[in-house]
Design a protein around this ligand. Structure first.
Ligand SMILES: Cc1cc2nc3c(=O)[nH]c(=O)nc-3n(C[C@H](O)[C@H](O)[C@H](O)COP(=O)(O)OP(=O)(O)OC[C@H]3O[C@@H](n4cnc5c(N)ncnc54)[C@H](O)[C@@H]3O)c2cc1C
Length: 417
């Protein structure tokens, strides 16, 4: 039987990282790059991302600052981001017809406001550069050989040979299994970027309320996690919002270890400390003496939503119809404690936010991040969510895919051409 020709490069996984790598290698001159995609629809996560708008990246131009948004991968990502970061992604997409616009919080979306334009641009760039897309072909087994790899796809007995292989299978277990079978350590995946379920009916009764800026402190076992100046959103199960999602991303592994049981403390007047609040409350006794507690507030408490303010008064056992002059000392102390350290019991994980990613994946210590190549198996590259890297919400997860995909694609092209 004639031997099948040796493909130069197979990319397993037609997601953000896989497309970026395949296009980069093909544009650099590698002919015959193939993307194997297990499903019928490549780039499906890009399509559904950002509520159908695709938060492509974040307007964070300094690689040193960019890494601070990655609970896992922080320090090791400095190198990769110094080569391809958010500004490079913005330029890369602009060159391929997708202009990105920045929102007030730094998130960047296509000006079309539709993920379809990102999907179309990636597909068009792949086609133009000669990348062959093989949908419904799932990589099942990889056998390293002297000159590359023998690959088996699910449901076939024949093996296909390639010189270089990129695993970019995202959070799917099959890619992690293949990496483990090749000898890689896989850090067990746990969910990241989820909301919290709270035992606090008085708070969840305020569902729909958003509050900024708040400081959050989460005690999980003996570990403590903090998040300052965040936005939180009260839901009918507990808390959500970007500030809370960032907190759970950093605490993901500890929370999972403690079965999502923890203690949360909220400072509803972000940045304000005990002494500053004491002075403001003392001043309010004088300046707002005749005003009812429910209807008058010192300046530092004005950002508090009225519904929340009334609920906090009630929690402190204070009658909102009483005046500031009538505020008992003990009541003032209880109010101050609640404003700065509302204690809440976390009783579980709530639903996910708009993004869903897994923390965990192939151990970064076993990957040469300068070329995204396995330190154990020469010629094997890895990129995207398959690696033990995850970012907070805001476009950081795709940014890691663009960066690692571009670096892998460039390195594979260098090796092959
Ligand atoms: C609802 C949702 C919204 C999101 N929104 C955003 C956002 O707006 N901004 C952001 O930064 N991040 C967002 N994310 C996270 C982001 O989508 C991921 O970080 C990113 O898609 C990971 O890209 P990837 O290429 O590594 O993996 P994936 O996108 O998961 O692609 C991997 C591909 O490999 C295929 N595959 C798996 N196993 C095999 C195999 N054995 N053989 C062949 N193919 C295989 C899969 O079918 C898949 O198509 C969102 C995630 C979700 C779920």
């Amino acid at each position: 039987m004639p031997e099948s020709p040796v493909l130069p490069l197979v990319v397993a996984g037609g997601g953000a990282a896989g497309f970026m790598a395949a296009i980069t290698a093909a544009e650099a001159g590698v002919a015959g790059v193939e993307i194997w995609e297990a499903t019928a629809e490549p780039l499906s996560k890009v399509r559904i991302s950002g509520g159908g708008r695709c938060n492509v990246t974040h307007a964070c131009w300094d690689p040193t600052e960019l890494v601070s948004h990655y609970p896992r991968g922080q320090r090791p990502l400095r190198g990769p981001f110094s080569r391809f970061a958010a500004g490079d992604a913005v330029a890369w997409f602009a060159e391929r017809g997708v202009e990105l616009a920045e929102e007030s919080d730094g998130r960047m979306f296509p000006v079309s406001n539709s993920s379809a334009s990102v999907v179309a641009a990636l597909r068009a760039a792949a086609q133009r550069s000669g990348v062959v897309l093989r949908p419904q072909r799932a990589l099942q087994q990889v056998i390293p050989a002297a000159d590359g790899f023998h690959l088996k796809a699910r449901g076939t007995s024949a093996s296909i040979r390639c010189r270089r292989l990129l695993l970019a299978t995202g959070g799917h277990p099959s890619g992690r299994r293949i990496a483990a079978a090749l000898g890689h350590q896989v850090v067990p995946p746990v969910p990241s970027l989820f909301t919290l379920r709270l035992e606090a009916p008085w708070l969840t009764a305020l569902a729909g309320l958003s509050q900024v800026p708040v400081d959050l402190e989460l005690q999980v076992g003996s570990e403590r996690f903090r998040q300052s100046d965040g936005i939180v959103l009260v839901t009918h199960w507990g808390l959500s919002g970007p500030g809370l999602l960032r907190l759970t991303a950093f605490a993901a592994r500890a929370l999972q270890h403690h079965h999502y049981k923890a203690e949360l403390r909220i400072n509803w007047c972000g940045g304000l400390d005990v002494e500053q609040l004491r002075l403001q409350l003392a001043a309010a006794r004088q300046q707002l003496a005749r005003r009812q507690l429910a209807n008058g507030r010192p300046e530092c408490l004005l950002p508090l939503r009225r519904r929340l303010w009334l609920a906090l008064l009630e929690q402190a056992g204070l009658d909102g119809n009483r005046t500031w002059a009538e505020l008992p000392r003990r009541g003032e102390q209880r109010l101050a404690e609640l404003l700065l350290r509302t204690p809440l019991t976390v009783c579980g994980r709530g639903p996910f936010g708009e993004e869903f990613v897994t923390a965990g994946g192939v151990d970064l210590g076993e990957v040469n991040l300068a070329v995204m190549e396995s330190r154990l198996i020469p010629g094997l590259h890895l990129a995207g969510e398959l690696l033990d890297v995850d970012g907070v919400t805001g476009g950081f997860n795709f940014q890691h895919c663009w960066s690692s995909g571009w670096i892998a694609g460039s390195a594979m092209a260098d090796a092959l051409t």
